[in-house]
Design a protein around this ligand. Structure first.
Ligand code: NAP
Length: 475
């Protein structure tokens, strides 16, 4: 069988690669096509195109930028089933979750089209200073120019939308480097922008190995900002190489939830199951640690396990599937080792714990020590550790005993405790009476500690993708 060779998108043209790699489905190993390995010359062409197009982009009016993004949102709506099938193929994302991602992608571009019309500066009352008489000052927000966007495999449409939407809303040009496992969604996105009338060269897609392509982008002086979503290790490397460029890093976590109240405990357990096993736990705000008040512990655990048992594990292309393969068999093998380590350390494996190829069964660990890899590192798999806590202080301390700090959830009926949690949890977002995995696309989003720097959420990243310029008039 002759496999179709995909093309790079550079300067508004689809350009053949010189070398390729084969892309396989994580679920069944099906060959999904040949993907170009961009070389130095391809990356150079992409950067030169973006650099030239940045001048065109900054001349577009707010209305023109908004209209392009509005058309992109509509095109995603028209092509939503096609996009969901791409996710099921390249990402093993079950159709239900894939459709939910596309619905969010449509909304993210819609938010970006609205945000394009709201970028503005403010006046500064210079005469408040002694030397300010007769002076008039104001700020404007200008586009940065060329932005390098490096994206992970887990939400390849929507997390790309979180970079492209704000970047174009603010009038920038972009070179996008998608994850090697999810290039098809990036090509689809580029085709949609092409159809929506984005000026040629404003979006360039270069596929290839992260280390090679990523390095060329991160070190190039034409790039004014690197917006990265991915692992802590890669993010740290980017920060070290980026010099004075602006850098946004949206990194990993081992998110926790506290269950401090018996209120609706069955529904809370069911919701926590969603937050733990959605996309097999390969979500940056997936629930990895649950702390339950001692007297509620057994009740919660039982309800949680009952719900987790109902999850349908299997083929991502089937309507009923909840959990499918991990992105790579080596990730499933790693989870298997971590679960074995927990078992050897005396934790109870209450559900799951087994692997078939890249598919790992939804797994519930009870009473796992805090020094286990499953507790203190990012699992990024379908495993959750549920522990009892003795008192409220202890619960807060355990959530904070993490190198990460993306979001945390707290179920409580006490307003006092809700406010205490909001104040004392060391995370970027505290979600009261819901799971830490709650996210809608216009809220500010981003972590502290090893979970990253900078905020996403359309308004917030649009701001980060502009330069604040100050102008003073001597009257
Ligand atoms: P990853 O391995 O860090 O890869 C992310 C991106 O970086 C990919 O495009 C990758 O390309 C590229 N890359 C790899 N090495 C690079 C280098 N040296 N220089 C520049 N780029 C490089 O992450 P992943 O496995 O795709 O995604 C999972 C991680 O993302 C988890 O830690 C998860 O928590 C995090 N995440 C965070 C958020 C958030 O918003 N906070 C959201 C989603 C995911 P290749 O694929 O070619 O290696």
């Amino acid at each position: 069988m002759v496999l179709e060779a995909k093309k790079l998108f550079i300067g508004g043209q689809w350009v053949a690669g010189k070398r390729h790699y084969e892309l396989f489905s994580p679920y069944n190993g099906e060959n999904l096509g040949l993907i170009p390995l961009a070389d130095r010359a391809d990356v150079e062409a992409a950067l030169a195109s973006a650099h030239a197009a940045a001048k065109t982009m900054r001349r577009l009016t707010a209305l023109e930028r908004s209209q392009i993004l509005e058309r992109v949102s509509r095109l995603f709506e028209q092509k939503s089933e096609e996009c969901a099938l791409i996710l099921a193929a390249e990402n093993a994302k079950p159709l239900k979750a894939a459709r939910a991602e596309i619905a969010r992608t449509i909304e993210t571009y819609k938010f970006a089209s609205e945000e394009a019309k709201r970028i503005h500066g403010e006046t500064v009352p210079l005469d408040a200073a002694k030397g300010g008489r007769g002076k008039f000052g104001f700020t404007v927000r200008e586009p940065l120019g060329v932005i390098a966007a490096i994206t992970p495999f887990n939400f390849p449409f929507n997390l790309t939308a979180h970079k492209l939407g704000p970047a174009f809303a603010a009038g920038n040009a972009v070179v996008l480097k998608p994850a090697s496992q999810t290039p098809l969604s990036a090509f689809m996105t580029a085709g949609i922008f092409e159809q929506a009338g984005l000026p040629a060269g404003a979006l360039n897609v270069v596929t290839g190995r992260g280390g090679d392509v990523g390095d060329l982008l991160v070190k190039d002086s034409r790039v004014k900002m690197v917006t990265f979503t991915g692992s802590y290790e890669v993010g740290l490397g980017i920060r070290e190489k980026a010099g004075l460029k602006r850098v946004t890093l949206e990194l990993g976590s081992n998110s926790a939830v506290i269950v401090d109240s018996a209120e609706n405990i069955q529904a809370v357990a069911a919701r926590c199951v969603e937050g733990s096993f959605n996309f097999a736990g390969q979500v940056c705000i997936s629930i990895q640690r649950i702390f339950v008040k001692r007297e509620l512990f057994e009740l919660f655990l039982e309800a949680f396990v009952e719900n987790a048992k109902r999850l349908v594990v299997g083929d991502p292309r089937l309507e009923q599937t909840d959990v499918s393969a991990l992105i790579h068999i080596r990730e499933a093998e790693r989870i298997e080792r971590w679960v074995a380590e927990a078992g050897q350390a005396g934790a109870r494996i209450v559900l799951g714990g087994t692997r078939e190829g890249a598919v790992f069964q939804p797994t519930v660990i009870a009473e796992g020590r805090s020094d286990l890899a499953l507790s203190c590192s990012e699992a990024f798999g379908p495993v959750v550790v549920i522990n009892p806590y003795e008192d409220w202080e202890d619960a807060l301390a355990q959530v904070n005993a993490s190198q990460y700090g993306l979001q945390a959830g707290v179920y409580t009926t006490s307003v006092q405790r809700a406010f205490e949690a909001a104040e004392r949890l060391e995370v970027g977002g505290v979600i009261i009476n819901d799971i830490p995995s709650f996210r809608v696309d216009h809220m500010p989003y981003g972590g502290v500690k090893n979970s990253g720097i900078g905020k996403e959420g359309v308004k917030y990243s649009t701001e980060e993708m502009t330069e604040l310029k100050f102008v003073a008039f001597h009257l």
